[in-house]
Design a protein around this ligand. Sequence first.
Ligand code: FPP
Length: 240
Amino acid sequence: MAQTVTSQEEPVQIDERLQHLAFIMDGNGRWAKAQGKPREYGHPAGAQTFRRITRYCGTIGIHYLTFYAFSTENWKRPKAEIDAIMRLFRKYLMDAFDEARKNNMVIHIMGDRSVFPSSLHKLMDDVEADSAGNNGTVVNMAMNYGSRAEIVHAVNRLIAQGKQQITEEDITANLYTAHCPPPDMIVRTGCEKRLSNFLLWQGAYSELYFTDVLWPDMTQNDVDAAIREFYSRKRRFGGL
Ligand code: FPP
């Protein structure tokens, strides 16, 4: 069902062509530096933006959202910065019970959980279980996520099930995103134009949208601009 929301320009109309929007939230560090602050300062601002954009996308009727918060490669960063992101992650999970209830969201945490402490395991499980009965927007948060590792993980699960031959459908069904259609569009903020090991399998036919806006500055209007661009593209999925 199409929904209409008024923004500064013109209303964006969401229809069944746009089910799943994914975001690479890049530019927190540069945003902080631009304010003369240490890099870690950018992540709480990024987390606020994440909350704002998630709510907005839910309001306009997007069914699935995926956010890249921490990659398997991000452990190479300074400890202080990693600690700051992990504290935000814990806070996000603690707030997510209320946030999901109020906004009718279903929360999924995707990625390799084995590295996280058991207290976080319990929080992740509890948030997912608590929000599972909601029927609004599905919000996937990628934490310690890497797409190549995800594919290897899926194949190993299939081997463990005794599979001799593997189909594309088998792999799709064993990814962390098994509960979602593939992303229709992947949006990356912060000037860089690459996927950085995000949704490589799922994004085979995703539209890609790159914006110079740094993630903490991302607004509803910027989301609307990405959505307008999406609807201006011709998707052929290899056909004519
Ligand atoms: C990339 O920007 C961003 C990250 C590696 C972390 C993203 C984290 C958040 C948006 C906040 C965490 C939110 C939750 C809820 C866990 P960057 O730091 O690489 O920026 P730069 O490219 O300017 O250095």
